[in-house]
Design a protein around this ligand. Structure first.
Ligand code: KG4
Ligand code: ZN
Length: 326
């Protein structure tokens, strides 16, 4: 069964061709045009999706040596996301499905992120129930994943997402958008001998829930940046490394603390970490250390290309929908 999947919920135009569970080809156009506006402008994003989506379809079909007539199922992200962006992928998918008299499956974007751990894995590789942390620029949620189709949201952010808060703090240090990756790179330059003034931020964990809150932390970091700008005339590289290290450490401590709390509360057999923030090196180290100690397995998307917004995750979620029906 050939499945052609589309993802266009934000600023990545992505098309993927799957043969059952196997990814045959994926092409993604990441809209770097939003760097100069330091954030995604929905109308510009939609125009760029429309400009690129047909070329991407051509590329994946060429890679798979098939034509649109050979596609058995179309799939597209339905929600959540930027409405003008979503409309491009949805309209293309629906038009193709109607004109080829072929089924169309709508996929929730966040469920796509959760299912991204199933790319290049068998379902039996995952120990259920699992607790899933899904964090990116647009969302920051915890889920109890009982089994394939049984997903319950158990926590969410009350304000900013981890990625969004990194982007805002990064902007204040003149880092390019999106700043998460740059903060990660700066933090990796930290050395105990050279960096004596790492700021310590409070670990904010909203009480009696599994929710997150990053806005207080963000304000504290922004105040620290302004103080250093005043003290040093401008923010120095040492400041940037110290701030990135301290800030990233607090963010990852919060993410990991809440995820482990949820794992204990629901006594899950494993942990999944998905979304762009799962690319973060400190988060990966921290969860690896926990897993080594506790023997509780964890799963990240098999490849970095499945961490960000991508059509392969939409395709694999749709594939499992076809299995539900059979
Ligand atoms: O591209 P984007 O808007 O996509 C989604 O929301 O799905 O956002 C990706 C987010 C950004 O906030 C970016 O700063 C963050 O993920 N990010 C990271 C890393 N790479 C990307 N955050 C922490 N560490 C990283 N290595
Ligand atoms: Zn996403």
């Amino acid at each position: 069964m050939y499945l052609l999947a589309f993802e266009s919920s934000c600023d990545d135009t992505s098309v993927a061709l799957l043969r059952d569970e196997e990814l045959i080809s994926m092409h993604t156009y990441t809209q770097l045009e939003h760097i100069k506006t330091y954030g995604v402008v929905p109308e510009i994003a939609a125009r760029l999706h429309a400009d690129h989506i047909f070329d991407l379809i051509g590329k994946v079909l060429t890679d798979g040596w098939i034509t649109l007539n050979d596609v058995h199922v179309f799939a597209a992200t339905s929600e959540p996301g930027l409405l003008p962006s979503l409309l491009i992928g949805k309209t293309v998918a629906k038009t193709l499905a109607i004109s080829h008299k072929t089924p169309l499956i709508w996929v929730n974007h966040i469920e796509g992120h959760i299912f991204s751990v199933l790319l290049e894995r068998k379902i039996t590789d995952i120990q259920f129930p699992s607790v899933v942390l899904s964090a990116s620029g647009g969302h920051n949620d915890l889920f109890l994943w009982e089994w394939l189709y049984e997903i319950e949201k158990i926590g969410s952010t009350l304000d900013d997402s981890a990625g969004e808060s990194m982007d805002k703090v990064g902007r204040s240090m003149w880092l390019p958008f999106p700043a998460g990756r740059h903060i990660d790179e700066l933090a990796q330059k930290y050395s105990l001998e050279l960096h004596k003034n790492v700021p310590h931020f409070p670990l904010v964990l909203p009480a009696e829930s599994l929710d997150f809150s990053f806005s207080g932390l963000k304000s504290a970091a922004l105040r620290e940046i302004e103080t250093r700008k005043k003290d040093h005339g401008e923010i120095t590289e040492v400041d940037m490394i110290e701030l990135s290290y301290g800030y990233q450490k607090t963010i990852t401590d919060i993410l990991v603390a809440r995820t482990l709390e949820a794992q204990k509360k629901f006594d899950t057999k494993s942990i999944c970490i998905v979304g762009w923030v799962s690319a973060n090196s400190a988060l990966r180290k921290s969860i690896e250390a926990f897993s080594q100690e506790s023997w509780i397995p964890y799963y990240l998307p098999k490849s970095m290309k499945y961490c960000g917004d991508n059509a392969a995750m939409i395709g694999i979620r749709a594939y499992w929908e076809t299995r539900k029906a059979s």
